[in-house]
Design a protein around this ligand. Structure first.
Ligand code: ZN
Ligand code: ZN
Length: 402
């Protein structure tokens, strides 16, 4: 202690140093904070009080003024986390100070010290709450110009959607302009004018004034398949939202109005990055209704043969319709449950409960033998899917408690 005090005295005779910076070096000294400990040390050494400081550039004496210069505009937020970015010069000065005075256990870094003290002032002056667990905003303080940068955290919302009309799930930017807008897309920037994501995003971006959206869904149905029943779970991520506290029920109603009967969102709830990740990585089982047509007609008693598909493991090579974008592989998936209902002389509905990843259209058609067994193979006639509905997606949060 004696040596360190002596070394400090020498430093203080060469460079101005504030109480906060002195106190930081003596965690073993009594006192409830750095400032108090610093004052005690300074008085012991009979040094004059200094507002100027070579080591923090006087930041600790200007905390109030600096915190006031933070302009939260255009963002509305309640909680924040603060990170300080030290410039090269201050880092070197801190290194020199520690080298001369010597390091003991418990010495705080300048960076941490600024984060804490400036964070307190920001709370006080702006009425925001410091929350390292779940901050709305990441504030970066840069010492080189003593300015703040605002990095709003994305907003995550959970929902389940139904889709009644053919359209892709995710946004699909124009392939010529990559979404900027050009004559070929009528300046919409969209290859497909309608997708589930666009309907949801249009409303949420307007309400939150965010920058863009990313849709994280639990799988996807074919463009021409309907999504019915309890809907498909999704999390939509909105980047750089200016407003975060929106009325989710009103937003949901607005989305459904905008969807005009083509899509519908069954609920909209607060969510998280973690839920988005979970949804994308956990495959969910589904129940489908396939509207099937068979060439040459079909009779009720024939359909009894389909019983053999229940519990069967289906071997599928990559469907020929997607071979252009996927490699040719073999997958095995189980049909868990199967039932049917005759709907005409050539048509019937097939209700299939399947393991995730089973290609339903090919389960029916057989895809020229690439899928086996198949409905066509068992019935001995060419059958195909005229329309496909997903009627249940198992998993994800339900929209109604209980
Ligand atoms: Zn200082
Ligand atoms: Zn375009």
């Amino acid at each position: 202690m004696e040596d360190r005090l002596k070394a400090l005295k020498e430093v203080a005779q060469e460079y101005p140093i504030c109480d906060e910076c002195i106190g930081r070096l003596f965690p073993d000294m009594e006192g409830k904070n750095n400032r108090e400990r610093g004052k005690k040390v300074r008085e012991m050494l009979e040094l004059p009080e200094s507002k100027e400081c070579y080591f923090c550039r006087g930041i600790f004496n200007r905390l109030e003024e600096i915190a006031r210069s933070l302009d939260p505009h255009p963002y509305l937020f309640e909680t924040f986390i603060l990170g300080t970015h030290l410039d090269r010069e201050l880092i070197q000065r801190e290194e020199m100070l520690l080298e001369r005075v010597g390091v003991v256990e418990g010495i705080e870094s300048l960076k941490k010290n600024i984060n804490r003290e400036l964070g307190k002032k920001i709370q006080e002056i702006h009425g925001k709450r410091y929350d390292p667990e779940n901050p709305d905003m990441e504030i970066i303080f840069r010492t080189e110009n003593e300015r703040f940068e605002l990095h709003p955290k994305p907003l995550y919302l959970y929902g389940r959607y139904r889709k009644y009309s053919p359209m892709p799930q995710s946004k699909w930017p124009c392939r010529y302009c990559k979404g900027r807008g050009c004559p070929r897309c009528d300046y919409t920037g969209r290859q497909w004018k309608e997708t589930v994501e666009y309907y949801v995003a249009d409303v949420l971006l307007a309400l939150t004034m965010g920058e863009e959206t990313k849709l994280h869904a639990a799988g996807r149905e074919d463009i021409d398949a309907r999504m019915l029943g309890n809907g498909r779970p999704f999390v939509i991520e909105i980047t750089r939202p200016r407003r975060r506290r929106i009325d989710l029920e009103l937003a949901r109603e607005e989305i459904n109005r905008h969807g005009g009967g083509k899509i519908e969102v069954l609920c909209l709830l607060p969510s998280s990055r973690r839920e988005a990740r979970e949804l994308k990585s956990t495959p969910l089982d589904k129940v489908y209704v396939a509207h099937v047509r068979c060439k040459g007609g079909v009779k009720g008693e024939e359909l009894e043969k389909l019983r053999s598909l229940e519990g069967a493991v289906i071997t599928q090579r990559t469907p020929s319709r997607i071979l252009h974008r996927r490699s040719d592989r073999v997958r095995k998936r189980k049909v868990k449950k199967l039932s049917w209902r005759l709907t005409g002389t050539h048509t019937f509905d097939l209700v299939i409960e399947a393991e995730h990843g089973l290609y339903i259209k090919e389960l029916v058609s057989g895809d020229d033998g690439r899928t086996s067994p198949s409905v066509s193979e068992i019935l001995g006639k060419d059958c195909f899917v005229e329309g496909l509905d997903v009627v249940e997606v198992r998993g994800g949060r339900t929209c109604w408690d209980g």
